[in-house]
Design a binder for this molecule. Structure first.
Ligand code: ADP
Length: 288
């Protein structure tokens, strides 16, 4: 199952992703987490990431797309993934479409987590993360249970507030969401992929609503611990039909820009001029 959780900061994408990971056994791919890891390295790239994040702006598409391409190429993402915090603007959504078309792995669904503004700011104000295991809590609504220990350190969770969760940055992040990310709802609605989820209320109720929306898709896929491996012939037929669907969809969505682009065969050639010359002048193979 390949899904996107779309929603404002504080809408519960991370929390619900963690539940879906457990239920379906597919990885959560959070650009926020990946960027925080890049930032922690303190390299040139890390500094650029830090500047954007701390001011509530989006990190450049170039950096984010590079990170996503690498992550989705990892073997654990092959059976499916939950994208959390990506895409965040139309350019990223289009790039993702292209990437998944190339991989022959179209999206199954996009869940839009809807929460009102006052609730969002309240949730973000209380959000705390454990430094050791990365679990996310909310000191106002869902603190760690009394006596709970961190699975990574064996001691009590060591909670900290993300720098970009401070009040002055949150307003900017919500503004960026409205301007750049919310338009993605239409983008995916037009493709028939969007499910609107009422994401207010407690974690379990939201999880139930989300699962009801994803239920149909999930019915066709079992948890990864017992992955259903269709017979090779069925796999091929399925891949072929998916590819046909993709071609149709790609044709429709690229109709406008197609005229300006070179045909795929020319773009994807791996033969450099030097290699082409070498190919031409290569000695013919001896006949047996
Ligand atoms: P939230 O969803 O609560 O805003 P995230 O952890 O997803 O939290 O993101 C934190 C910050 O990381 C964002 O404010 C932004 O600066 C950066 N970021 C995360 N994902 C992306 C993305 N897809 N494109 C650009 N920047 C991103």
């Amino acid at each position: 199952m390949r899904i996107i959780l779309l929603g404002a900061p504080g809408s519960g994408k991370g929390t619900q992703s963690q539940l879906l990971v457990r239920k379906y056994g597919i990885p959560q791919v959070s650009t926020g987490d990946l960027l925080r890891a890049a930032r922690a390295k303190g390299t040139g790239l890390g500094l650029a990431v830090r500047a954007a994040m701390d001011s509530g702006q989006l990190v450049s598409d170039e950096i984010v797309l590079g990170i996503i391409r690498e992550r989705l190429a990892e073997p654990d993402a092959r059976p499916g993934f939950i994208l959390d915090g990506f895409p965040r603007n139309l350019e990223q959504a289009r790039a993702l479409d292209e990437l998944l078309s190339r991989l022959g792995q179209p999206l199954d669904a996009v869940a839009l987590m809807e929460v009102n503004y006052a609730e969002l700011t309240r949730r973000i104000a209380g959000r705390r993360t454990c430094r050791a295991c990365g679990a996310v809590f909310n000191v106002l609504t869902s603190p760690p249970p009394a006596g709970a220990t961190c699975p990574a350190s064996g001691a009590a969770h060591e909670l900290y507030q993300r720098p970009d969760d401070r009040e002055e940055t949150v307003a900017e992040r919500l503004k960026v969401y409205e301007e750049k990310t919310r338009p993605l709802a239409d983008f995916y609605a037009q493709r028939g992929l969007l499910h609107r989820i009422d994401a207010e209320g407690d974690v379990e109720s939201v999880a139930r609503r989300l699962e009801a929306a994803l239920g149909e898709l999930a019915a066709g896929s079992a948890p990864a611990r017992t992955p259903p491996r269709p017979a090779p012939r069925r796999r091929k037929a399925r891949a072929a039909s998916r590819a046909r669907g993709l071609v149709k969809r790609a044709k429709r969505s690229k109709k406008a820009s197609r005229g300006k682009r070179k045909p795929a065969t020319t773009r994807r050639t791996t033969a450099t001029p030097r290699r082409r010359t070498a190919l031409k002048t290569a000695r013919p193979r001896r006949r047996r």
